[in-house]
Write a protein that binds this ligand. Structure first.
Ligand code: G3P
Length: 496
């Protein structure tokens, strides 16, 4: 085939599915995006319709492939990146899911997690997986499906069903049911994967009562994941890279050296610090996770997960109708000199790291008769920054030395917020030229496997800075802001 070699990155996120075609220089040649519905069957529950996920993925892929054909681009490989932890179980024969996907934000298994904690299992779980016992991860969601959807446990025990995170489900469908696999970065978010031995952990499968026959094969992040079926996207294309979206963003941000850290502002916000070949055990409730696995070798990271970032701005727009569009937030937040004492703790889905309070719920503090739209918008943006500051504080307390923060995701277009971030973290904040870091990370993995890129060093030299934000806030102002936040969080936490 002729034409410019390109990689098709599929980015299946929490609120939309995207397909992006990158050429070897990382330039976007085509992009398509479709949003899909969020289902909230009960308070604290969040589901996605797997068929809608699949339909939107196929639609966006076809859209960019048509463009590739028209522009004489040669799509040499696919890289998949995805919302992590979200749990699917489907029939191996028909490919039909047994239930909606249970989304990472879903809290229905909070009680189950508490019982396991009370029974003293958390230390073992953390030791094997690097995670904590929280409904966030896939394991308790799988158990819920096995125990609450009629006939599912029996069918699972008879080997008729398959489990997967979204990457795995897409891979299964894309390959016409020939490949049931995942990569180590997704596997390590299930709470069933032994991060040291790099395999499913028999003790954990037994603790959560999950038959091993459900589990996909775990491969490197850059690997041969089979070819797409002709019936799905026309010509068969090799799938050469898979990574969870936060790890993909770490790769897209070229954070390959220990000490390098990125935060991605999406629905939630996720800070990931590369720790190289060392498994760093957090003493501050951060997660230890696989950053990427290449040529059979795992590299690790410390991660802090905030459940509500972009969601909070979405809530201002769709829930409260305070703004028409997220782009208005920059002008509103900077229209007042300070937050006037208003703090929002956006615990819509509980609080993630370092609090891990599944039952906490959102709250607003400090309202006076003078508080208005600007205060609410500013407090919403500030809440993401404060949560991030808690995470960076935990990383430093765990021994991390951080020189600068690389940022990406939708919110980083907001210059006011990036300056506030640098000010509160007291850390230089670097925004790269490539804003689509997550999808680009998936393209990098696929490109490494397909021979488009030579090495991680090769990728690192391609990272380009758009703008740096230097801290400029006084020590007193920072301390005053953070004291208000700490007070608000402490009032929001439930007793555990
Ligand atoms: O762990 C959940 C995360 O992978 C979801 O990311 O970007 O879809 O909010 P995002």
């Amino acid at each position: 085939m002729t034409g410019t070699p390109c990689i098709l990155a599929i980015d299946q996120g929490t609120t939309s599915s995207r397909a992006i075609l990158f050429d070897g220089e990382g330039t976007i040649q085509a992009l398509a995006q479709r949003e899909f519905r969020q289902h909230y069957p009960q308070a604290g529950w969040v589901e996605h319709d797997p068929e809608e996920i699949w339909d939107t993925v196929v639609a966006v892929c076809r859209e960019v492939l048509d463009k590739a054909q028209a522009d004489d681009l040669n799509v040499i490989a696919i890289g998949i990146t995805n919302q992590r932890e979200t749990t699917l179980v489907w029939d191996r024969e028909t490919g039909k899911p047994v239930h909606n996907a249970i989304v990472w934000q879903d809290r229905r298994t909070a009680d189950f997690c508490r019982r396991l904690r009370e029974a003293g299992h958390e230390a073992m779980v953390t030791d094997r997986t690097g995670l904590v016992l929280d409904p966030y991860f896939s394991a308790t969601k799988i158990t819920w499906l096995l125990d609450n959807v009629r006939g599912v446990r029996a069918r699972a025990e008879a080997g008729k069903l398959a489990f997967g995170t979204v990457d795995s489900f897409l891979l299964w469908r894309l390959t016409g049911g020939r490949v049931h696999a995942t990569d180590a970065t997704n596997a390590c978010r299930t709470c069933l994967f032994n991060i040291e031995r790099q395999d499913w952990d028999a003790d954990l499968l037994s603790l959560f009562d999950i038959p091993v026959s459900l589990m996909p094969e775990v491969r490197d992040s850059a690997a041969d994941f089979g070819h797409t079926d002709k019936a799905v996207l026309g010509t068969p294309i090799p799938v050469c890279g898979v990574a969870g979206d936060q790890q993909a963003a770490l790769i897209g941000q070229a954070c390959f050296k220990p000490g390098m850290v990125k935060s991605t502002f999406g629905t939630g916000c996720f800070v990931v610090l590369n720790t190289g070949e060392t498994i760093v055990r957090s003493r501050n409730k951060l997660l230890t996770t696989v950053a990427y696995r290449l040529n059979g070798k795992a590299y690790y990271a410390l991660e802090g997960s905030i459940f509500a970032a972009g969601t909070t701005v979405q809530w201002l727009r769709d829930g409260l109708g305070l703004i028409q569009s997220a782009t208005e937030t920059e002008a509103l937040a900077s229209s007042i000199e300070n937050n006037n004492g208003v703090y929002i703790v956006p615990a819509f889905a509980g609080l993630g790291a370092p609090w891990w309070d599944a039952e906490a719920r959102g709250a607003i503090y400090g309202l006076t008769r003078g508080s208005g739209k600007a205060e609410m918008v500013r407090a919403a943006l500030e809440s993401t920054v404060y949560q991030l500051s808690d995470l960076v504080g935990a990383m430093v307390a765990d021994g991390g030395t951080i020189e600068a923060m690389r940022v990406d995701g939708g919110m980083v277009a907001n210059g006011w917020m990036m300056q506030f971030l640098a000010d509160i973290l007291d850390l230089r904040t670097d925004r790269p030229v490539i804003a689509e870091t997550t999808a680009f990370g998936a393209a990098c993995l696929a490109g490494l496997q397909a021979g488009l890129y030579g090495s991680l060093d090769d990728l690192a030299t391609r990272w380009q800075l758009d703008r740096s934000f230097e801290p400029a806030m006084t020590v007193q102002t920072r301390a005053r802001n953070l004291a208000g936040w700490r007070d608000a969080v402490s009032r929001t936490l439930t007793e555990r």
